[in-house]
Design a protein around this ligand. Structure first.
Ligand SMILES: Nc1nc2c(c(=O)[nH]1)N[C@H]1C(S)=C(S)[C@@H](COP(=O)(O)O)O[C@H]1N2
Ligand SMILES: [Mo]
Length: 300
């Protein structure tokens, strides 16, 4: 389950951050030589300083392992992720149980530096590795009648202590409109800083939809179902007045119990800076067109 481009530096030699910055320099050189500017080229853009490996992997939301921010770090090691299969079914040409390793052998792993904005008003910047969800859906062949994609997290009560309590209606489920799912910014993440994604972050593969609140980015996915109806989603089922199906980051639509105008950027010790929350988490140029003519206060 290695990422395809892992280089000859081992984790014993350097920190993941150092590997990342080395690669970034190499990529910047390669990009300049070819006249290319990749998404990785945003590194120095405003608000895109990556969080540390330590921050990204020890402050988590993964309620199947407990509701505390450090519970996933402490408990997720129990999750067995090898072997792993993803069932792809519903309105697809080639339904089946796809082995994770087979999926990986067919996908192109890229690096994507994305802001992650939790609905609780904290945020991070994460250097993900992963592949475009569109490529996975193309592998299974989307049928013409499909309009939505439903996702499901693994549910193993013996490995996931949080699922013994009815905090959410387990398993955790999420969903996207098909055009959102096919958007090139939407990825299935399989790594962070060039290493396999840790269990507390959703190993072996989790959705990442950077313009939506973090709860849409469902972890440890075992099922992907193409449907013609809007699928139920965990947080919407738990509290429909507070969490909509769309979950688009929107500083103008407050959560009923707190403002969404600003966010606390994790890092910097006690002095985590508060920064302004951006419409669509700053990805509006790429995704606003998906919602032309929609009332984003109603479809929140
Ligand atoms: N299965 C599952 N997926 C989940 C969650 C969860 O509790 N269970 N939490 C979500 C929330 S609220 C956020 S903010 C992100 C956090 O991802 P991270 O821990 O990698 O930062 O995961 C999302 N995916
Ligand atoms: Mo979240």
């Amino acid at each position: 389950m290695a990422n395809r481009w892992t280089n000859d530096l081992t984790e014993r030699d350097v920190t993941p951050e150092q590997v990342f910055m080395n690669r970034r320099q190499w990529m910047a050189g390669a990009a300049a030589g070819l006249g290319l500017a990749g998404i990785g080229g945003q590194a120095r853009a405003e608000g895109m300083e990556p969080n540390s490996w330590e921050e990204i992997t020890s402050y988590n939301n993964y309620y199947e392992f407990g509701t505390g921010k450090d519970d996933p770090y402490k408990n997720a090691r129990r999750l067995k992720i090898d072997p792993w299969t993803v069932r792809i079914d519903g309105l697809v040409e080639r339904p089946g149980d796809y082995a994770f390793d087979d999926i990986m052998s067919k996908m192109t792993i890229e690096e994507r530096l994305y802001r992650l904005r939790c609905v609780e008003a904290w945020s991070m910047v994460v250097p993900w590795n992963g592949f475009e969800l569109a490529d996975l859906l193309d592998m299974a062949g989307v049928q013409a009648g499909a309009k939505y994609v439903a996702f499901e997290t693994v549910l193993r009560k013996d490995e996931m202590p949080g699922t013994r309590y009815p905090v959410l209606d387990w398993p955790y489920v999420e969903g996207l409109r098909l055009d959102e799912a096919m958007h090139p910014l939407t990825i299935m993440a399989t790594g962070i800083y060039g290493r396999d994604i840790p269990k507390q972050n959703g190993a072996p593969l989790r959705l990442v939809v950077p313009w939506k609140y973090g709860f849409k980015s469902i972890k440890s996915v075992v099922r992907v179902t193409l449907t013609d109806k809007e699928p139920p989603t965990s947080w919407n089922k738990a509290n429909p007045d507070e969490y909509g199906f769309y979950g688009n980051v929107n500083p103008q639509v407050d959560h009923p119990r707190w403002s969404q105008a600003t966010e606390r950027r994790i890092g910097g010790g006690l002095f985590s800076p508060r920064v302004e929350t951006l419409m669509f988490n700053g990805y509006g140029d790429e995704v606003a067109g998906l919602y032309d003519g929609m009332d984003l206060k109603r479809f929140f």
